[in-house]
Design a binder for this molecule. Structure first.
Ligand code: COA
Length: 171
């Protein structure tokens, strides 16, 4: 199996907020943004795994600032950790008002994808070696985020989440 760097899965998506993308307040709809994020993150996971992927889970997303009609949306996605058949993709999202020359943060999010083989079964993915300090922090904390989502998804017992428990319980 290959070993890959996060930079190899980098995807940068740019979109323009048009009237059909907005809510009654003239701001980008959260659902439309999450759709674009799903595509950017899936492409990132496919670049890492060189296989078709499905979205296994989406972590909570807090929208910090509305993105306005006519503004630009920038989505940057990179695999932050690979497990056996699943990959966590970290995304940063900004809005930009080109006229006013302002770039503002919208949100950060984590989506998890599973690579599938030709029979539609989970397939092993290359491991990831983090390089920069930011990538190393994301890599280390990914284990705890994985435990939270597997507990919430009913796939892990809280007692088995050793690294997560260690945050709260001091022996
Ligand atoms: C995601 C899916 C492939 C998992 O398949 P499964 O048969 O349950 O497989 P497993 O239990 O062996 O898990 C396979 C991997 O998925 C991960 N996984 C399963 N449920 C998960 C969840 N809720 N969150 C994060 N990862 C999850 C497992 O941790 C495992 O990863 P690992 O191999 O790196 O340890 C399957 O549930 C599926 O196809 N779901 C629908 C996907 C889809 O249609 N997405 C679009 C949204 S409608």
């Amino acid at each position: 199996m290959d070993i890959k760097k996060p930079s190899e899965s980098l995807v940068i998506m740019t979109e323009l907020v048009l009237p059909n993308d907005t809510n009654v307040f003239g701001n980008l709809m959260g659902g439309r943004l999450m759709y674009w994020m799903d595509i950017a993150a899936a492409l990132s996971a496919q670049k890492h795994s060189n296989a078709p992927v499905v979205t296994a889970s989406v972590d909570n997303i807090s929208f910090e600032n509305p993105i306005l009609l006519g503004n630009v949306v920038h989505i940057e996605a990179k695999v932050s950790r690979a497990f056996t058949t699943s990959m966590e993709v970290h995304m940063k999202v900004w809005g930009e008002d080109l006229k006013k020359r302002i770039k503002y943060k919208s949100n950060e999010a984590y989506y998890t994808f599973v690579a599938l083989d030709e029979n539609g079964r989970p397939a092993q993915v290359p491991q990831l070696i983090a390089e920069s300090e930011e990538e190393k922090k994301l890599f280390d904390s990914a284990l705890r985020r994985r435990q939270i989502r597997l507990i919430l998804g009913g796939k892990m017992k809280p007692d088995d989440a050793v690294e997560l428990k260690a945050l709260f319980v001091k022996e």
